[in-house]
Design a protein around this ligand. Structure first.
Ligand code: SF4
Ligand code: SF4
Length: 671
């Protein structure tokens, strides 16, 4: 063993010891969190890793930044071979991966070609951060320096790899070894070195050491930087919610007699996965760039929520692990006296969230912001009784009238008078239960939608019933507002009613009801086949059960995607199909549509809260709708309809632009 090998082994062992220490430290912090089983369906989890982490599917939604990241990621994957080869040469200098034969050819040629792509991509990333100042990448001076430092390290690692390859060719008199294919290095080497150059072996050794030292330093720097995601992204994608459980909220165990509090006040109340989300945030800002609250001047930034979780974890977890109490020294006492909610994340931020899921949709590493936000709201409501005063009457009405508004529950089916619609109590044998929802039952504007849809079903001879006064609010509003106690009560009572009647198929015009009936009710024993009215209308038209007129009553229509219909449940096409079937109707899309649709501002209980910070979300969305020059804004959700109608009024366009539900547009256009 030469002196070079000896020095290398000392450096290598020290670096590895440090890496192991840091990884163990970070894992031990996660153990402070609550238990959560994320080990089911390993096959699907592996598929997610292949598609989202290795295929970079979410990043590629942004073609420029996605392609840059894709090239850096895959360049690095291939460079791992070069790194492994260099590291093994530290133990035994003549080592080479040439024994892999033709695979070695593939490794060497891709290193040569991808090396250039990585250099270009790193320079492009530096340009975007330092020259263009892409808004979503602006994360303060420290964050920027952190990113620039990492990018420079990557650059040095790749340049030193090229240096080694070019010098090694000169050492070999410009002859490539068997199976070695390095067209670029082979072309450059003679330009920089003469044959039998005495400088080449020295340059090789210098580049080799630079390469090794930077690779080991890079690995050890990661746990202390926001680039921890390099290590945690793949596990985070692996442990992310599977498709059939995505966009679910956890069921809170309210019967736990030992629970001192409910929801999340500090990191020890988060699950280990929520803490891993904090580690994994790359601070790329995609979530905040898509967030309707952040876009309209509210304090909320989903990126900050994740960064705060990470900061608080790193600050508090070591003290919890060491078993230190508030009686310790002043510094520890100050840390333990703080809380994640209030000291890092303010209630003002939490109440600004519309639970629209745009952040979750955009996050390339599958972070679940809405879970954490609602968990923190749960603590504010259930443990601290700290919520905006506007919610007092909402919770009260839900308890006494089973609807968020001050209507009498006995009037719930008044809209159906004279329509010859049977209730389940009168005859439970219909094909569908039409779940009307609170807005559909009580709101005078949305009652018209309820009647329009019921009329369509009657014209198509769909055999349906309603629950009438037995229907209660589905619990969505209470649940998203953090009042899990009230939400669970409503869901359980509704499930009991539905199961007593043996209901199998439900149709509803409200996406919030749809989402609750289909997903939330499952947690309480309600398993139903649920359809949104846009799906049933599309089916009725496809099957010829409804016959359209020859000419449309309206020309240009733009469709606003409800978050709970689109992003939550993937229903984008059904409403568009129905509109597209109407002859002469031109459907025009807003700038942000389908899974990138911009929220109306009413979800997550925001419908019942004042919006005093920044500009109004519904006004921002309406502005986008007006830019299409459509004469009608179509929606498929009662909350969206209210928000867009108010938005149109804010632009003083109520006489020119109509806001209609798709059922109304279809009803106008059938024979
Ligand atoms: S769910 Fe919507 S409003 Fe809430 S943080 Fe995410 S993007 Fe913002
Ligand atoms: S949460 Fe996801 S999208 Fe938001 S900054 Fe972090 S990594 Fe980017």
């Amino acid at each position: 063993m030469g002196i070079k090998n000896f020095i290398f082994i000392v450096v290598f062992l020290a670096a590895m010891a440090l890496i192991i220490y840091n990884v163990r430290r970070l894992i031990s912090y996660l153990m402070v969190g609550q238990k959560e089983d994320r080990f089911d369906n390993i096959g699907e989890r592996i598929k997610n890793v292949l598609k989202i982490a290795f295929g970079q599917s979410k990043l590629l939604r942004d073609p420029v930044a996605g392609t840059i990241h894709f090239l850096i990621f895959w360049g690095f994957m291939l460079f791992l071979f070069a790194v492994i080869e260099s590291l093994l040469q530290g133990f035994y200098s003549p080592f080479s991966l040439r024994f892999l034969g033709p695979i070695y050819s593939l490794i060497t040629i891709t290193q040569d070609i991808f090396g250039v792509f990585v250099i270009i991509s790193v320079l492009a990333a530096l340009y975007r951060r330092l020259i263009v100042h892409v808004p979503r990448l602006e994360v303060g001076h420290k964050g920027k320096m952190d990113a620039v430092f990492i990018l420079c390290m990557i650059l040095v690692v790749v340049l030193s790899m090229f240096g080694m390859n070019i010098a090694s060719l000169a050492v070999n008199n410009f002859a490539l070894n068997p199976y070695e294919v390095r067209p670029l290095s082979a072309a450059i080497s003679p330009l920089l070195f003469s044959s039998n150059s005495s400088a080449a072996p020295v340059v090789y050794e210098i580049c080799w050491w630079i390469h090794i030292v930077f690779v080991l330093s890079f690995l050890n720097f990661l746990p202390y930087s926001k680039h921890l995601h390099v290590l945690s992204s793949i596990p985070n994608v692996f442990f992310s919610r599977l498709k059939d459980k995505r966009n679910f909220l956890k069921k809170l165990n309210l019967e736990d007699e030992n629970a001192e509090s409910f929801g999340v006040a500090d990191i020890e109340h988060l699950t280990w996965k929520q803490m891993l989300d904090g580690y994994t945030c790359t601070e790329c800002g995609r979530c905040t760039a898509a967030c309707p609250a952040a876009n309209t001047g509210k304090l909320l930034s989903p990126r900050k929520i994740m960064v705060d979780i990470r900061k608080r974890t790193v600050e508090k977890a070591p003290l919890l692990i060491a078993g230190l109490s508030e009686d310790g020294n002043e510094e520890n006492k100050a840390i333990l006296e703080k809380h994640l909610v209030h000291d890092f994340i303010t209630p003002q931020e939490l109440w600004a969230c519309t639970t629209c899921m745009a952040c979750v949709q955009e996050c390339p590493v599958m972070i679940e912001h809405v879970d954490a936000i609602v968990d923190m709201r749960r603590n504010l409501v259930l443990t601290e009784s700290d919520f905006p005063s506007e919610l007092n009457p909402v919770f009260k009405n839900l308890e006494t009238n089973f609807t968020p508004w001050a209507f009498n529950w006995q009037d719930r089916a008044n809209w159906a008078e004279g329509m010859n619609i049977k209730t389940m109590a009168e005859d439970p044998n219909g094909e569908y239960l039409f779940w009307v929802g609170c807005a559909g039952s009580f709101d005078s504007r949305y009652q018209k939608v309820t009647k329009a849809f019921a009329t369509l079903m009657q014209k198509a001879n769909i055999d349906f019933r309603i629950l009438g006064t037995e229907e209660k609010c589905n619990g969505d509003t209470a649940r998203r507002l953090g009042n899990e106690y009230l939400a669970q009560m409503m869901m359980m009572e509704n499930v009991e009613t539905l199961n007593n009647y043996g209901v199998k198929k439900i149709v509803t015009a409200c996406p919030h009801c749809y989402n609750s009936l289909k997903k939330d009710f499952k947690q309480f024993g309600g398993n139903f086949e649920v359809k949104h009215h846009s799906e049933l209308i599309s089916e009725m038209l496809d099957q010829g059960k409804l016959e359209l007129k020859q000419e449309s009553t309206i020309n240009k229509v733009t469709f606003h995607d409800s978050c709970y219909l689109g992003r939550y449940n993937g229903i984008f096409d059904s409403p568009r199909n129905s509109l597209n079937k109407i002859k002469g109707l031109e459907l025009v899309e807003m700038k942000r549509n389908k899974d990138r649709g911009f929220c109306c501002g009413a979800g997550g209980g925001r419908m019942f809260l004042e919006e005093t910070e920044g500009t109004r979300i519904n006004v921002e969305r309406t502005r986008e709708a007006l830019e299409t020059n459509a004469e009608t804004i179509a929606s498929a959700c009662p909350f969206c309809m209210t928000m867009l109608t108010d938005g149109v009024k804010a632009f003083d366009k109520a006489d020119d632009i109509a806001v209609k539900d798709i059922s109304e547009i279809v009803l106008e256009n059938i024979k």
